[in-house]
Design a protein around this ligand. Structure first.
Ligand SMILES: *Cc1c(COP(=O)(O)O)cnc(C)c1O
Length: 231
């Protein structure tokens, strides 16, 4: 079985990274990023124990997960790709969490549409920490403003912070990106001490998750290492 084998190998690497960083495996959630992955493969990952799934497009996620959600209770679905305003309503009603909340106008839309949900919509604020990608809040000031808005919105529940490191083999650049996210989390906790904390740090993908674990990640977004044939 391709996928369960991939997950077993991945788990061994995660455990090793945890050991060398002095962290516990159970502090870290492994999310399967299932964009472009067909439903039968997603089911295999679910059977192998994956409970968190990340999709980057609303339409694709709705097509694949509408049936799947009823079949596999306990699975959680997060949006991790950039979200257009005109899809905010559908996203607010369909996903358990929006990790790619990257600008205030989007948060306004999500707040408005999440009010009719049974439970608040979890959001993570995406921070721009590298040169390569465009998305994400640019600095701490804009992040604080967004955080304040989320904390004051009945339909939204703060869950954490997310970032994407630049795609590079230069580990110093990747590490610096993850450190910025950790630092932003500390600053948020200082700024809003009595409020709910932003506990989740979503960082680390197939090519850089070991560094992310060293730098404090507690949610890894892994696509190819789970779903692709490994060389
Ligand atoms: C595709 C994607 C991932 C997973 O990337 P892999 O390199 O396949 O592990 C993680 N996060 C985001 C935001 C993505 O778009």
């Amino acid at each position: 079985m391709l996928i369960s084998g991939n997950i077993a190998r991945l788990e061994a690497r995660i455990q090793k990274a945890c050991d060398s960083a002095g962290r516990k495996r159970d502090e870290i959630t492994l999310m399967g990023v299932s964009k472009f992955v067909p439903v039968d493969k997603i089911k295999e990952a679910f059977s192998a124990g994956i409970r968190y799934f990340g999709e980057s497009r609303v339409k694709e996620a709705a097509e694949k997960f509408t049936a799947f959600k009823n079949e596999f209770l306990g699975a959680r679905l997060h949006l991790i790709g950039s979200l257009q305003r005109n899809k905010a309503k559908q996203a607010a009603l369909f996903f358990d969490c929006i990790q790619s909340a990257d600008r205030e106008e989007l948060l306004f839309e999500l707040a408005k549409h999440s009010l009719i949900r049974h439970e608040p919509l979890e959001v993570m604020l995406e921070l721009h920490t590298g040169e390569e990608t465009k998305s994400g809040f640019k600095d701490l000031d804009s992040l604080f403003k967004a955080a304040e808005f989320v904390l004051g919105s009945a339909g939204l529940k703060p869950a954490g912070l997310m970032t994407m490191a630049p795609y590079t083999t230069d580990t110093a650049i990747i590490r610096s990106s993850f450190r910025q996210l950790k630092k932003a989390q500390k600053e948020l906790e200082k700024r809003f001490p009595s409020k709910e904390n932003w506990a989740c740090l979503s960082m680390g993908m197939s090519n850089d998750f070991e560094i992310a674990i060293e730098e404090g990640a507690n949610l890894l977004r892994i696509g190819s290492a789970i779903f692709k044939e490994q060389e």
